[in-house]
Design a protein around this ligand. Structure first.
Ligand code: GDP
Ligand code: MG
Length: 672
């Protein structure tokens, strides 16, 4: 800022302060120092600049020249002692807070690198303008220009401080590249192009939080470039370059004025100390910046290599069994093979890797195990599936074979086959397990058991159907004769006798069914359906038999026989020889009426004893589960009224013929 307008009492102090000391402690005197600098009441009216770059590239020299500060400069001739830490000072006659980082010149790894990373991140996170200082010959050199460090710092900065504000915008920072000892041989445009593309490359390569994955370099950074001449070779040009550059920090009117409002962190000056201490805390506690020790680095490298070697052979081996398993085969001794590949790989890793850093060795070992596990997992899963399939097929085959014979117990066949193949599934599944790998076959096993049950159920249903058919045939055989006999000698209680025979036979059949069903382990429901089917079929068998016996020829024959027995034979069963004085008409009428009286009896199944009346529910579902319409009532009628009339007419004609024949016989008897 141009002029100090609010210095409270006299001239401000330009004393520098060590904000962070070599113990990485943040100073408690910072606020006091800001007041001493005369900036306590500056509000937002101040700016903050920091510098980034490798050791001894003239950073402190540059800051001192630009801002009139007095940061330590390494004097080659005197090798004066510099004090490690993060230093701040107020720019002379400017409301600018200038930050300089002082490392040690020793370049060993470890402690110094840790400080280097943390201080660089701190500078980037807290400043509005970060001067990136480098020699001209460092441009384009990734190593030399500390680009690796910049990458790490970008990455952690994005993770820690990269979240957008409520309005979606990001806090922006200006990266001002200052190219030192510029000789002019490489044109400025080329340097700018190289550095810009380097920055883009670095940005693309950093790992970003998922929600910031698509953010561009330009969302967080503006890039600006300038060169300075060689300080020793061309001191006067160097001086004018410095003056020109200083203008960019002081002259708000210039187009290339660096402290643009958009870079300001909007922290009032009296809160800066607290704010920066917060940033330092965050930087300090961040684990991503912790450097692994040399020993760990080596262990990581070697353990990775050893693990990869062990895996190479392991993968080759496991690949050899992939096709067979995928093709559906149950590969014999697969578990034994897997265990052997497993232990070999692990033993090889352990033998070579265990002498490296233990933490790394163990971590990489766990990684190796999890890779091997996921490599073998498809083999395990595939083999289980194949085992399931093949055991199920064998189970089915054994069931069918067992049921081929004549006498067998279905229940025994099922339980025998079931326990045998459940056992062989379990044996096959257990064979696959590898100690220390958390694999489970429980789910596949219970699926397998379910399917076994389904197959057994289906077999049982088929068997039940077969059995009901056999019982039906037996029933038919048994009922045939009683029906024939009873229908042949009609009496008023003819149907009582038929139904009694039917009942007796049906009870036997039901008994036969229930005995068999017990050994099948049929369910209650299945029994209900099977018995309903049996009853209906039995009834249909009976009806068919009755129909057969009462078809036209049959019924007329029966009536004729009945009539003949009464007309042509006397009570003692002796054939009659009619004499002229015999009452032929009376005998004829009596026999005819008695016979005609049979027709209504034949017409309908109607027992005298109503307790014998049989009934079947209509529309009961049968074994197959299908319900067919079945009107039981109508099956009780043997002849319709028209049919009965037709039969009686035809019978009358037959009877009339007998009458005429009888009459004739007496006439011819007289003639003799
Ligand atoms: P820092 O470690 O980056 O802060 O570097 P210093 O500012 O302490 O300077 C280190 C050495 O480089 C000193 O001997 C300076 O005299 C020298 N030096 C400073 N600026 C320049 C410059 O622009 N060109 C060259 N060639 N040497 C410089
Ligand atoms: Mg320095």
């Amino acid at each position: 800022m141009a002029q100090d307008k609010f210095l409270p009492n006299g001239a401000p102090s330009y004393e520098r302060v060590q904000v962070v000391n070599d113990q990485k402690k943040f100073t408690q005197d910072f606020t006091k120092q800001i007041t001493k600098w005369g900036l306590g009441d500056a509000g937002f009216n101040y700016d903050l600049v920091a510098v980034f770059g490798s050791q001894s590239t003239g950073k402190s020299t540059l800051l001192n020249r630009l801002f009139g500060t007095d940061f330590d400069v390494m004097d080659e001739t005197r090798r004066q002692q510099t004090t490690k830490g993060i230093w701040m000072c107020r720019g002379k006659n400017m409301n600018v807070l200038v930050m300089d980082v002082e490392g040690t010149d020793g370049r060993e790894r470890g402690e110094d690198q840790d400080f280097e990373r943390k201080s660089a991140l701190f500078s980037l996170a807290s400043s509005e303008v970060l001067i990136v200082n480098m020699w001209e010959h460092q441009v384009g050199l990734y190593q030399g220009a500390n680009m690796g460090l910049l990458k790490t710092v970008f990455e952690v900065n994005l993770a820690l401080f990269g979240k957008p504000a409520a309005d979606g915008t990001h806090q922006k920072t200006l990266l001002l590249f200052v190219i030192r000892d510029h000789l002019g041989t490489t044109p400025m445009e080329n340097l700018v192009a190289t550095l810009t593309s380097d920055m883009e490359k670095i940005w693309d390569s950093i790992s970003k939080p998922t929600e910031l994955r698509d953010r561009q370099l330009k969302d967080y950074f503006d890039l600006s470039f300038t060169t300075l001449s060689h300080k020793l070779l061309r001191p006067d040009v160097f001086e004018s370059d410095i003056k020109r550059l200083r203008g960019r920090f002081t002259d708000k009117a210039r187009d290339d004025y660096v402290f643009q409002p958009s870079y300001h962190k909007r922290i009032p000056a009296d809160g800066v100390a607290f704010y920066m201490e917060g940033i330092w805390e965050k930087v300090q506690s961040n684990k991503d910046l912790d450097l692994p020790t040399q020993q760990e680095l080596l262990a990581q490298f070697r353990c990775d290599e050893i693990s990869a070697q062990a895996l190479a052979e392991f993968n080759e081996q496991s690949k050899s069994q992939r096709k067979p398993v995928e093709s559906g085969r149950v590969v014999e001794d697969l578990g034994k093979m897997m265990r052997s590949w497993w232990t070999t790989a692990l033993a090889r890793y352990d033998h070579n890797a265990s002498r490296y850093h233990q933490g790394v060795y163990q971590r990489k070992r766990a990684d190796l195990i999890s890779v091997m596990e996921s490599t073998l997992s498809p083999l395990f899963v595939g083999q289980l599936k194949n085992l399931h399939k093949s055991c199920l097929v064998s189970f089915k085959r054994e069931m069918l074979e067992g049921m081929r014979g004549e006498s067998y117990s279905f229940a025994e066949i099922v339980s025998g086959a079931r326990s045998r193949f459940e056992q062989s599934f379990l044996t096959g599944a257990k064979e696959l397990l590898i100690r220390g790998v958390d694999w489970s076959y429980e789910e596949e096993y219970s699926l397998f058991q379910e399917e076994i049950q389904l197959v057994a159920d289906q077999c049982r249903k088929d068997e039940t159907k077969k059995m009901v058919n056999v019982i039906e045939r037996n029933f038919k055989r048994s009922i045939s004769e009683p029906v024939e006999i009873e229908l042949m000698r009609p009496t008023p209680d003819m149907w009582d006798k038929v139904l009694t025979a039917f009942r007796r036979t049906l009870v036997k059949s039901e008994g036969a069914y229930l005995t068999k069903a017990k050994s099948f382990n049929c369910t209650e429901d299945e029994n209900v359906h099977a018995l309903a089917t049996l009853r209906r079929r039995a009834w249909q068998v009976l009806r068919t038999k009755i129909d057969e016996q009462t078809a036209d020829v049959g019924i007329l024959g029966k009536l004729r026989t009945h009539f003949e027995e009464r007309f042509r034979y006397d009570e003692a069963g002796i054939p009659r020889v009619w004499r002229s004085d015999d009452d032929i008409d009376g005998a004829f009428k009596g026999a005819k009426d008695k016979t005609l009286a049979l027709i209504p009896i034949y017409s309908k199944i109607k027992p005298v004893d109503t307790s014998l009346e049989y009934s079947l529910p209509s529309g009961a579902s049968d074994l197959t589960g299908e319900t067919e319409e079945f009107d039981f009532e109508s099956t009780l009628t043997i002849f319709s009224e028209t049919k009965a009339l037709d039969i009686s007419n035809r019978f009358r004609r037959d009877a009339d013929a007998y009458y005429v024949e009888a009459k004739r016989s007496t006439v011819s008897g007289i003639a003799q």
